[in-house]
Design a protein around this ligand. Structure first.
Ligand SMILES: *[C@@H]1O[C@H](CO)[C@@H](O)[C@H](O)[C@H]1NC(C)=O
Ligand SMILES: *[C@@H]1O[C@H](CO)[C@@H](O)[C@H](O)[C@H]1NC(C)=O
Ligand SMILES: CC(=O)N[C@H]1CO[C@H](CO)[C@@H](O)[C@@H]1O
Length: 303
């Protein structure tokens, strides 16, 4: 099902090319997101049963809400939809700034993409649909980017060719090893931190559950200075060995969105035990989305 309460602390970090120590360059919290991100009232690129609304509409309908260290985005949970009308009102945010080499600590559905897809690449820090695995981090690129079969990571690779054309858009994914990294288990554990470090020679992704004793203090505290060398083995490791990361990844915007059905979630809807067809379910069951929201405590960028 879609219900996925995601209440967690979030950090997003951007890094320099030199070494593993980074300084905080941006810190977003509460109302600050309204200035640093744009609400994109665009058609969903993955054909979900959603209608992305602009900022004024999102605020008026309480789909975007902020208070202190809460920044919440959600889908409409009140309206029964006409099958012939637009999809369920929802929110898609794009960062106004772009980032190249950097580190990100994040939550489900934060991803990064360049203007010229797939030539500037796409990094999905976390993907997951209908509360089910695959809970994974994935690179999507143009041709000529592959990953070594054996590499230093705690997660499980789902494929080593990152080329979207060769993999029917699947890219090269790595599944998180922990059971509480997505969906109800993630929420029941109080969320957690996802960290992504992008340099010229590798992309790494880490996950720590909220109460994980090993969460680094600089991540937990949103420190002004962080050192990724102390973060241990990542669950996903994408080295530049057979993928020129500088050539395959351009400047990326950070995107946070909540879509329903569409190319991936819709296709696996039945298999995940959801009733009927996805669009009809979305049309008729607004209350199913009451707990489908992101509550972001903060987002920090380091460079
Ligand atoms: C708006 O949404 C927030 C966060 O979900 C909630 O706490 C608040 O009660 C809502 N306000 C109204 C007027 O519904
Ligand atoms: C966000 O949008 C992208 C496509 O624009 C889609 O692939 C992804 O599933 C969406 N994420 C969520 C959580 O809705
Ligand atoms: C919540 C969830 O789906 N967790 C899964 C993430 O992926 C790993 C590896 O496939 C599974 O073992 C978890 O159950």
């Amino acid at each position: 099902m879609f219900a996925s309460r995601t209440t967690l602390t979030v950090a997003c970090l951007v890094a320099s090319v030199f070494g593993a120590t980074y300084q905080q360059t941006d810190s977003h919290q509460g109302s600050g997101f309204l200035k640093s991100f744009t609400h994109q009232a665009i058609a969903d690129p993955t054909h979900g049963r959603v209608n992305y609304v602009d900022q004024a509409t999102a605020l008026a309908q309480n789909l975007t809400y902020y208070s202190g260290d809460h920044f919440v985005i959600r889908a409409d949970d009140k309206t029964v939809l006409s099958p012939s009308g637009p999809g369920r009102n929802s929110v898609r945010l794009q960062s106004n700034k772009q980032y190249t080499t950097h580190v990100t600590v994040t939550w489900p559905a934060l991803w990064e993409v360049g203007a010229d897809w797939p030539n500037q690449g796409e990094i999905d820090v976390l993907e997951g649909v209908n509360d089910q695995a695959p809970n994974q981090s994935t690179l999507h690129t143009s041709s000529g980017c592959t990953m070594p079969a054996s590499r230093s990571q705690t997660g499980t690779s789902t494929g080593n060719n990152c080329d979207v054309a060769a993999t029917n858009n699947a890219g090269c994914g790595v599944q998180a090893p922990s059971a509480n990294s997505y969906g109800p288990a993630f929420n029941n554990a109080g969320g957690g931190w996802y960290a992504m470090e992008r340099t010229s020679s590798f992309i790494k992704v880490w996950f720590w559950s909220r109460n994980d004793g090993s969460v680094p203090s600089d991540v937990k505290n949103g420190a002004t200075s962080i050192n990724t060398d102390n973060w241990g083995t990542p669950y996903a490791y994408f080295p530049s060995q057979s993928c020129d990361l500088n050539a395959h990844f351009g400047a990326h915007n950070i995107i946070i969105n909540l879509t329903l059905c569409g190319d991936w979630a819709g296709a696996v809807f039945d298999a995940d035990g959801c009733p009927g067809d996805c669009a009809t379910y979305v049309n008729n069951n607004p209350s199913a989305f009451t707990n489908a929201y992101f509550d972001i405590q903060w987002l920090k960028i380091y460079g």
